[in-house]
Design a protein around this ligand. Structure first.
Ligand code: ASP
Length: 417
């Protein structure tokens, strides 16, 4: 190849991965707009990338969590980390719904739509707390692995890790094995992430290409409000907590998590993004394996701030569209149910839309609202998944900082992957 043809290639290969991914994302959007449905020809490339990162979720979560726990001999510490993690997740989610409600009230995206509800919509049943708690312990770990049930895998990994710690000298070979397997999975994540710019490009081109202007325009108002509220939450709440509580630069944080955000945005799955989030937390933010391996998988299953914002805005949007006036009590009910519904939402595409039905029925809003949104839900899902993943990583950073499990030198370094 001549000098002039290799030059762009050399320039490209020298860019840090996060910049390559952002370029892939931008070109993907442009391709989707330019080629519309024809962009779907790229779908197999996207699916291949998606499969490759999904392939990692179950083994990576399991092995890295066991390795993380065995590196943390102090069991009181594990208890402390759990309490902090859950507390931060709950508080930020309540903030998220409130921000959603605030933006929905300020911008009234549903005003003037004059929709009429038909009677007799079916209500959805939420699982009870007891059912959720009993379901945490897998009766058969192999089934939990096969079904990819992350919460059950977490419980099993913690139980095994704690037991290995208690066994002492005899467990040393097993601990070493988990350690070395974890390294292998980190390496595999690293290799798969080298393909992320192309995978993200193909995925986003397909999504944008299949959503033409005629689908998006009538609901442009509500899309804009959700994106705006999401941005406000990420910048104000996450930026504020990192800067205010931990004295950590929000800029370095966002730079470090850019690959995870781009993958979240293009896949609409926080569970699918998990391997990338773990990689960003360890390599770019300097969070220890133990904290990242615990806080992130828990977050990918229960912490959904983006979904909570979406439910807050949409509850108001639907109330406005159908001309329903909400009372103060109903606002509180929305905060409560949207927080719970977001915890119950699975980290997969479209899960938040199903849970929206729960929030609507809790305050007697018409379920037709779900149908109204369904056509544009993927575009909203991209925003909420990105916020969901950012929230998991912010919490991981705060917990890592408070436990002295964050390497500030790595965090502050300008050279991110
Ligand atoms: N897709 C979202 C996620 O994976 C969940 C949702 O649909 O709200 O985080």
């Amino acid at each position: 190849m001549s000098q002039s043809t290799t030059l762009p290639l050399r320039f490209w290969s020298r860019l840090p991965l996060w910049q390559q991914i952002l370029i892939g994302l931008t070109l993907g959007v442009a391709t989707g707009i330019a080629f519309e449905q024809d962009a779907l020809i790229l779908a197999p490339v996207g699916a291949l990338f998606l499969n490759a990162i999904k392939m990692l979720i179950v083994p990576l979560v399991f092995v890295s969590l066991v390795a993380g726990i065995t590196s943390m001999q102090d069991s009181a510490k594990l208890g402390r980390i759990s309490v902090k993690t859950i507390a931060i997740y709950l508080v930020t989610t309540a903030f998220a719904v409130s921000i959603g409600l605030l933006f929905g009230t300020l911008f009234t995206p549903g005003e003037g739509m004059h929709m009429v509800a038909s009677a007799g919509s079916e209500a959805k049943q939420a699982p009870s707390l007891v059912q959720i708690l009993v379901g945490l312990v897998p009766s058969n770990p192999v089934t939990a692995f096969a079904e990819g049930n992350i919460l059950q895998i977490i419980v099993f990994a913690i139980a095994l890790g704690v037991s290995l710690n208690l066994v002492g000298a005899k467990a040393a070979p097993a601990i070493k094995l988990f350690d070395s397997l974890a390294e292998a999975f980190y390496k595999l994540t690293d290799l798969i992430m080298r393909c992320a710019p192309y995978g993200v490009f193909a995925l986003i081109a397909g999504v944008v290409g299949s959503h033409g202007a005629e689908v998006l325009l009538p609901l442009a108002g509500v899309i804009g409000v959700i994106y705006l509220a999401s941005l406000a939450h990420v910048l104000l709440v996450y930026g504020g907590l990192l800067g205010g509580l931990a004295r950590l630069s929000p800029l370095r944080f966002f730079q470090g998590i850019a690959p995870a955000l781009a993958v979240a945005f293009s896949t609409s799955s926080s569970a699918g993004t998990l391997p990338v989030s773990i990689e960003c937390a360890r390599k770019n933010l300097g969070v220890s394996e133990g904290v990242a391996g615990f806080v992130l998988p828990v977050g990918a299953t229960i912490n959904m701030d983006g979904t909570a914002i979406y439910q807050g805005v949409l509850a108001l949007f639907i109330a406005q569209a159908f001309g329903v006036d909400l009372s103060g009590g109903q606002y509180l009910m929305i905060i409560l149910t949207a927080t719970l519904a977001s915890i119950g939402t699975a980290g997969i595409p479209g899960a938040g839309l199903i849970m929206l039905g729960l929030v609507l029925t809790s305050v007697g809003l018409p379920l037709e609202g779900v149908a109204l949104i369904a056509g544009i839900d993927r575009i909203l899902d991209m925003a909420r998944t990105t916020v969901n993943v950012a929230g998991d990583l912010m919490t991981t950073t705060l917990v890592g900082h408070s436990e002295n499990e964050l390497d500030r030198e790595v965090y502050n370094s300008a050279n991110k992957e």
